[in-house]
Design a protein around this ligand. Structure first.
Ligand code: ACM
Length: 554
């Protein structure tokens, strides 16, 4: 979200929740997202220095990962053994008989003396491990030995699997650059909440953040802007105040490989976004021939939607395809995001060369020309075994044949695409734009882009629109939360805007609809906020519900 004007839907207020009074204690099974099926048993399991992690051959790596998760806070270096062991143990097993739980489901049994995670595939075992991390006391997430904590878990049987397969979070690292270590922390938090897609917004008008070997100026020039607008956006240039500080940074290809591997080890797929033909002023600043105007522009220093967009010449198409070649080498996941949103056609209309091009291609208007441009990317990516995804503007002028659509201007674009047989990720501003205010009282909030998106509104979201015919529901892969960073200047501010709303979205995406319950979520959130405290996450403390104490330790 980067527009100067606030779309109408952002001005909608949240849907007030009707919430019954709550008991004050966090429930013993305070897992977020809420598992599909939970059967409590009597007794507890106690983790000790003598606990052994038992794996099969394929789950040995996950066993070591579990041992690494548990070591810092307990101080125990738990042995990981293949095959059966006796005594106090945590057992990880692939189990083909659980196929009904799908690729990401798992069954977890906690009994005094024995914990067993069984799953048909590795992702399920990983999610069983995340549940174990949440059944233990929140201190388990700390990075130094915690004295005086009893490392116990309530006995329970859990059967669990996600409702949606795309459980995503987006992060804009252009408007404000985010250091590599923070990107890893962001991914770690997603994994803890069983989210599996990280949408990395890497290029825009205000910066280009990805090293491309063939075009070094993209980062040496496009990676930096001279200064940044201070405060809320105003179109009145006389009122614009700048900070006179250069801002920038980029990820080297080695950094990217590191982050992708880090995400992969946590079953998170990274979806890179390279914006075109709009939101590309930083690229045009680096290589002016990519633009329409013929004069050079600077990397943008204000917010909104720039008029400077890519020209639709063959050389520009080839340039962007070269960029995508590097992108495909770095990002092994199936989806490559090409943006496609908010590309004003003013320059295309006024540039004779572009008008000639349009006629030569037999196209009748500029929307069709954008559609043609995007189709060149779809063909290119499809021929190389990848899937193109773009914001819902790629529907205008005709959707490319293999494209998936990310629906941000409400859900109608997503519905239209799903009905046409295209896969869809829901990302409507009304429920998933975490750059909006969390309170109506802005005096106690950091400057934000506008709008109002409280926790209960996020929680109330259902990615499956009621008006979508059931036969098309399979095309709705899931949804994701957006963190655009015009007004979010660094990691602590990102955490404040993303949490706990991302935890609510995690539950929207994982938990069966019939098990969703906001009051129950809020009671489990008490323990979850203690986890976020342990992880040094600067979340926004939610307003207390009637009958509940203030949650969290801050
Ligand atoms: C968007 O917020 N322009 C996708």
């Amino acid at each position: 979200m980067r527009r100067a004007m606030l779309p109408l839907f952002l001005l909608m207020t949240g849907i007030p929740a009707t919430v019954p009074a709550q008991s004050t204690a966090a429930p013993p099974i305070a897992v977020i997202p809420r598992p599909a099926k939970v059967t409590p048993h009597a007794g507890r399991f106690t983790l000790t220095a003598r606990t052994v992690i038992s794996t099969d051959t394929r789950s040995a790596g996950l066993g070591r990962q579990l041992a690494r998760y548990l070591e810092p806070a307990t101080g125990y270096t738990l042995p990981v053994r293949r095959g059966a062991v006796s005594g106090n143990r945590i057992v990880l097993r692939h189990d083909a008989s659980l196929k009904r739980l799908g690729d990401e489901g798992y069954a977890l049994e906690v009994r005094p003396g024995v914990v067993t995670v069984r799953a048909p595939a590795a992702a399920g075992l990983f999610y069983g491990i995340q549940t174990i991390r949440q059944l233990l006391p929140p201190e388990i997430l700390r990075e130094a030995p915690m004295r005086g904590v009893a490392w116990t878990m309530p006995a329970v049987a859990i059967e669990d699997r996600p409702r949606f397969k795309w459980r995503g979070a987006h992060l804009d690292v252009v408007r404000h650059f985010m250091p590599k270590e923070f990107v890893k922390k962001y991914i770690d938090l997603l994994a803890l909440q069983k989210m599996n897609s990280f949408h990395w917004h890497l290029t825009d008008d205000q910066g280009w953040r990805l090293e491309i070997r063939k075009y070094p100026r993209l980062t040496s020039v496009g990676g930096w802007r001279k200064e940044t607008l201070v405060g809320a956006y105003t179109s009145d240039t006389a009122k614009q105040v700048f900070d006179h500080e250069a801002h920038g940074g980029f990820y080297t290809q080695q950094d990217v490989r590191e982050i992708v591997a880090y995400a992969r080890a946590r079953f998170v797929n990274v979806v890179p976004e390279i914006e075109m033909p709009g939101h590309a002023q930083a690229a045009i600043a680096a290589y002016p021939w990519l633009g329409n105007a013929g004069d050079s522009v600077a990397v943008w220093t204000i917010w909104g939607v720039s008029q400077n967009i890519l020209n639709p010449s063959d050389s520009t198409v080839h340039f962007m395809q070269d960029v995508l070649t590097d992108v495909m080498e770095l990002f092994p996941g199936p989806y490559i995001h090409v943006g496609g949103d908010e590309a004003p056609k003013t320059q295309w209309k006024s540039t004779p060369r572009v008008q000639e091009r349009m006629r030569a291609l037999g196209l009748t208007n500029e929307d069709a020309l954008q559609s043609w441009f995007i189709r060149q990317m779809d063909d290119f990516l499809t021929a190389r075994g990848r899937r193109m995804i773009g914001w819902d503007e790629i529907l205008e002028g005709g959707l490319a044949p293999h494209a998936a659509v990310m629906s941000w201007r409400g859900t109608s674009g997503g519905i239209e695409a799903a009905r046409a047989g295209h896969d869809v990720v829901m990302a409507p501003g009304s429920h998933t734009y975490f750059d909006q205010y969390q309170s109506l009282d802005h005096t106690h909030e950091p400057l934000a882009i506008g709008g109002f998106l409280p926790l209960d509104t996020v929680y109330s979201y259902d990615p499956l629109p009621t008006e979508l015919e059931p036969r098309f529901a399979k095309h709705v892969l899931g949804a994701q939360g957006q963190v655009w960073t015009e007004y979010i200047r660094g990691p602590k501010n990102v955490e404040y805007m993303a949490y706990p709303r991302m935890a609510a979205l995690a539950e929207v995406l994982w938990t069966p609809l019939g098990r969703k319950d906001y009051a129950d979520f809020r009671s489990r959130l008490v323990a979850h906020l203690a986890r976020l405290d342990a992880l040094d996450v600067n979340y926004r403390r939610p307003a207390p519900l009637p009958g509940q104490p203030q949650a969290g330790g801050r």
